[in-house]
Design a protein around this ligand. Structure first.
Ligand code: CU
Length: 141
């Protein structure tokens, strides 16, 4: 009886650790993701160079599985929260920079837009908890 009970516990523990692995890796506690440019509230004419800042972690190509590193993603006008159990979507609102870019030329229609950076791992999963920048608002004239 005792053996069966502890076997059951072992199975529970095994499935818990599997679930933890399916989610993103954890980023270093002192990692910071931020916008170098633009700044919150910026008023921009036409296209602009968006510059991505990252402290205490490294930038790699998508697919390169190195410790404490990842690649940038820019979320444009995204309001839904990120799901750490799913890869970051790939569409016109979720831009991937899998070649290790740290800046990008961005063209947006006139009006207010929100921008947010998210670091993704080799397989495009957010870290867990997600490493994100502040969400900033810019106005394109
Ligand atoms: Cu990606």
């Amino acid at each position: 009886m005792k053996i069966i009970r502890s076997l059951g516990l072992a199975l529970v523990l095994a499935s818990v650790s599997c679930a933890a692995q399916a989610q993103g890796k954890s980023a270093p506690k002192d990692a910071v993701l931020y916008f170098i440019w633009p700044q919150n509230g910026a008023i921009i004419k036409g296209g602009f160079w968006c510059r991505f800042g990252l402290r205490n972690m490294g930038i790699t190509h998508a697919g390169d599985d190195f410790k404490n590193s990842g690649h940038h993603h820019l979320l444009v006008d995204v309001n839904e929260p990120l799901d750490v159990n799913e890869p970051i979507p790939q569409d016109k609102n979720h831009l991937h920079f899998g070649a290790g870019q740290t800046e990008a030329r961005i063209e947006l229609p006139p009006g207010k837009h929100t921008l947010q950076l998210v670091l993704g791992d080799a397989k495009h999963y957010p870290f867990n908890p997600p490493l994100v920048s502040d969400k900033i608002t810019v106005t394109v004239r």
